[in-house]
Design a protein around this ligand. Sequence first.
Ligand code: OAD
Length: 297
Amino acid sequence: MCGQWHSADGLGRKSRRPPLALLVLSVALPVRTGTIFPVVDESNLSEAVAALKRAVRVVVSSGAGMSKESGIPTFRDALEGLWARYDPAELATPEAFQRNPDLVWAWYIERSEKLCTVQPHAGHYAIAELEGLIPEVVVLTQNVDGLHVRAGSRDVVELHGNLERFKCSADCRGRPTVIDLSTISYSKDHAPPCPYCGARVRPDVVWFGELLPPEAVERAFEEARRCQVMLVVGTSGAVQPAASLPVEARRAGAVVIEVNPAPSFITPTAHIFLQGTAGTVLPRLVAALRAEQEESP
Ligand code: OAD
């Protein structure tokens, strides 16, 4: 049934909850949608503007490429990507944290502190500006850097958590047991104990093999089914469940527009591929939409 998830309870009840596999962070197989979903045009800005102009609900789905021009590296860039330089199995899994909490802590604290030195760029601001041009805009992001919120986007769903938030690794007072680092003493190279139970404090980000925040992933799929346009920016589409959002949107009838300097696993699902960086394409796209609306509201 298009646009509906089926429950795994074996009773045949329909549920709008994504299946369990899509609640866990995992590396995706290439998303294949077959030849019935051809890429319509390589860089057709005016077609993208026309689709946005017709839309009442727009979803922006962003990944690490969105923040690259703010100075935050992506993950899978062959040379500079974080996973080209670091092993995710040693840094981004619960097992890694159990084995070596201080190493994982130090890596995340360093990344967290770097956020104070970066700023949203023109692409983030362009997305925030969409809210003045389209009745409903939701940002679904895999990014943990908070830059969409800092740029002024008001409805941001953080699928993979937030690098500036920390929690008890045992979630001793409920999920998540958020710990405000300004209330405890800690050093950069030692994961501090939870003030309530003594388990280590960890970043409130989603690691491989972990469940995504269920309310975030449910909202994300709901929004994917409801939107008329999904604008996918700066993601390789290599990680589930975020990689399934454009597929879900397209199945439900949305126009999928991808912004990326290079084709990705998302590209076969996109109707319109706008080749270029977030910082160059998004301001042009939003300016063209604004001009079009002013000309013929
Ligand atoms: P990736 O590093 O896998 O992909 C980044 C994408 O951004 C690629 O498709 C690039 O071509 C594109 N890109 C590069 N520069 C860009 C620019 N200036 N503007 C627009 N696009 C650009 O990052 P994600 O797809 O976000 O999870 O990765 C998904 C998840 O995998 C991350 O959230 C992270 C990682 O492991 C965790 O750490 C848990």
